[in-house]
Design a protein around this ligand. Sequence first.
Ligand code: ADP
Length: 474
Amino acid sequence: MNKLQTRLIISFTFVILVILCGVSTIFSILIIRFPQQERLTYLELNTQARSIITILRRLPNFVPSKVTRLTLLEDLSQRHEIRIAWATADHHIIFDSAHLWDTEPGFDLFAKLTPNVDQRWTGQIRDSGRIWLIVAHPTIEPTNARHFLILAKPITRPVLNTLMQLRETIATPLLQAGIIALTIGIMLSIAISRSIAKPLATISQAALALADGDYEVRVSTEGPQEIKDLTIIFNKMAQQIQASHQAQNDLVANVAHDLRTPLTSIQGYAQALLDGTADEPASRDQAAQTIYEESRRMQEMTKSLLDLARFQAGEIKLHLTAVDIIKLADVRIDFYQKQVHDAGLTLALHTTHKPIIVQADKERLIQVLDNLLNNAIANTRAGGKVTVAPTISDSWAKIAITDTGIGIPQNELPRIFERFYRGDKSRRGAGTGLGLSIVKEIITAHNGTIEVESIVGVGSKFTVSLPIDQPSIT
Ligand code: ADP
């Protein structure tokens, strides 16, 4: 009973039944109110009245004597089985074939009838336990006196008659039409409710499968538009859950893998120190140095991971201040001078601009520059060149970091901003593959963009764009 399909079918059937009942009730009321039989009787009475008036006119002198006329009316009444009466112009009844109205003093038949436009009177009155249909026709006699010829016919139990007539004529076809309509309606309601309930059931089964861990489940779009929309939304949701589940799996696998390597190395050297294998000062120094380097790498990685998680959770708040990116680049270049000199590289600032001020989080911007500079230095061979070029273009402040390094293959370019993505093994440094993901998060949080161009063997260019009129970032 609670099933949508059952409910829909019951509702449809109920609506159809209500409509059918309504239609038959209105029909019945209309027919009872204006019964055809009555209309026919009035017609018959009018015709008879006209022919009786013609008969009366044909009498010599129209009305030779009152007695003759009344006898004739009495005679016609018996012959045609109708009640006939005669009234004066002032509505006084002087003859009634039923001998009732003419004997009742003060009886005013016309008070109960309705005059028609041609001064005929028609109506119904209840008299001696019967309902009489009455027509009163005016007659003008040769003497110019006005009289009324009144014809009346009883109707017995009109409602019952009408209902019987109704049953015989209209009820059966109405019932047949009703049954056909009901059958078609129920069939249609089954079809419509199926088209709604079936896809809904499919979606709920798919949702159950998704909850049970089947992330590949998808639903085919069918049914009415609203159900199609729901299906599309469900599929999109399933796709996102699958992607985020995959990303989570990848993350765990990457973290586990990237932590195991330095841990194994730390463990190995610590073991050597403990069991005295690295007793020589030189090997002791190397062991300590490796333990220090590897633990620093692990610390960097956990810090980066934490940063990324906090960016994604929207927990990182930027502390915006006016930052001159030329000055900032200059300071960072100075910081790296010794490192690039040792590597046999040159690192220079290229700019023709005066200060370029942006509203930014200075520490985060340093993090971006450091990451990009570190990558450029690490991927450029001795003799190479790294340049930092801040410029202004429209309402954007841009910083381009260009190197003449090994470059990045075109097929890798779309992936380098992914977490843990590191170039192929031959080009891999000691990085974690998290640097560029963090850079992108920071730039995006500043409403900026980062683009990369690269040619293998020629070098790479990373361009960071930051809006100059930074709206307040929360
Ligand atoms: P990491 O440097 O720690 O490996 P990143 O996310 O910073 O991680 O960089 C991802 C990958 O992109 C690097 O492993 C490297 O292969 C490539 N890459 C980044 N910058 C450069 C560059 N300037 N030149 C060549 N390859 C680069």
